[in-house]
Design a protein around this ligand. Structure first.
Ligand code: ADP
Length: 239
């Protein structure tokens, strides 16, 4: 008897187990937060400014450590990931920044190739992968352009291409549409939504509740560091 792929339970890629984060000075940025993310799932995290969204993303990238509780990534407790293993872990987490942090004196293709160059991949293989991702993101005609010659939306797409080129298990994005107008924001969100088809889980932090709701994906809601809601796409459809 064969089970269809859709019925097979999906692996958990990320799990927060009663995670609290207290910054020096005693401020609680996250309080007892628990949730998990399946491989290939897309979800949003929303909440007021200062609710703890960035802190949550930083714990996944190991830019911060929890004060209590555990963050598990592909079943591994990140507490045990130290020293040289941190860089290794970060290869599995693609990061998209609000202001994309592109190298301004390098072409689009060179910017996107960077993560593969850094891990010593062969040039021929890099070229193939870069062409493929630029094609998918509609950037092929701009491959030789410098970032300064691109529109804001194109620059953000280059940032996304660079974040996914090494096929990370998870992509995290902190307010990726913060500098874009509503039309471009919707386009970029649609692009994120297409990534899980390739097996990459996507976690997007955004305070733009209207935009988030229109995407009809799972939404985690933070309020003063507490996870106060975990809304499924079906429930969003009812609102
Ligand atoms: P959000 O991304 O939702 O705006 P943050 O995670 O940036 O929220 O911040 C959550 C809380 O933690 C805020 O009160 C913020 O002031 C505080 N905070 C964030 N980073 C630091 C830090 N490095 N040191 C001290 N407090 C911080």
């Amino acid at each position: 008897l064969r089970t269809s792929p859709a019925r097979r339970p999906r692996m958990t890629v990320l799990r927060f187990d009663n995670v609290s984060k207290q910054y020096p000075g005693g401020h609680a940025a996250l309080a007892d937060v628990s949730f998990s993310v399946a491989a290939g799932e897309m979800l949003f995290i929303t909440g007021h400014s200062g609710a703890g969204k960035s802190t949550l993303l930083k714990l996944i990238q190991l830019a911060e450590r929890p004060s209590r509780g555990a963050v598990l990534f592909s079943e591994r407790n990140l507490l045990k990931v130290r020293g040289g293993r941190i860089a290794h872990h970060r290869r599995n987490v693609g990061v998209v920044y609000q202001n994309h942090q592109l190298l301004m004196d390098r072409s689009v293709a060179e910017n996107v190739a960077l993560p593969l160059v850094l891990r010593g991949m062969r040039r021929g293989e890099i070229g193939k992968r870069v062409r493929s991702i630029l094609d998918r993101l509609g950037l092929a005609p701009r491959e030789r352009a410098l970032p300064s010659q691109l529109s804001a939306g194109e620059q953000q797409r280059v940032g996304i291409a660079r974040a996914v080129i090494a096929e990370p298990a998870m992509l995290v994005a902190d307010e990726p549409t913060g500098n874009l107008d509503p039309t471009l924001s919707a386009e970029i969100m649609a692009l994120f939504a297409s990534l899980p088809e390739r097996g990459t889980s996507v976690l997007v932090a955004s305070h733009d509740l209207g935009l988030v709701k229109r995407m009809r994906k799972r939404v985690l809601v933070l309020d003063h560091g507490q996870l106060v809601d975990d809304i499924s796409p079906e429930d969003l459809a009812d609102e």
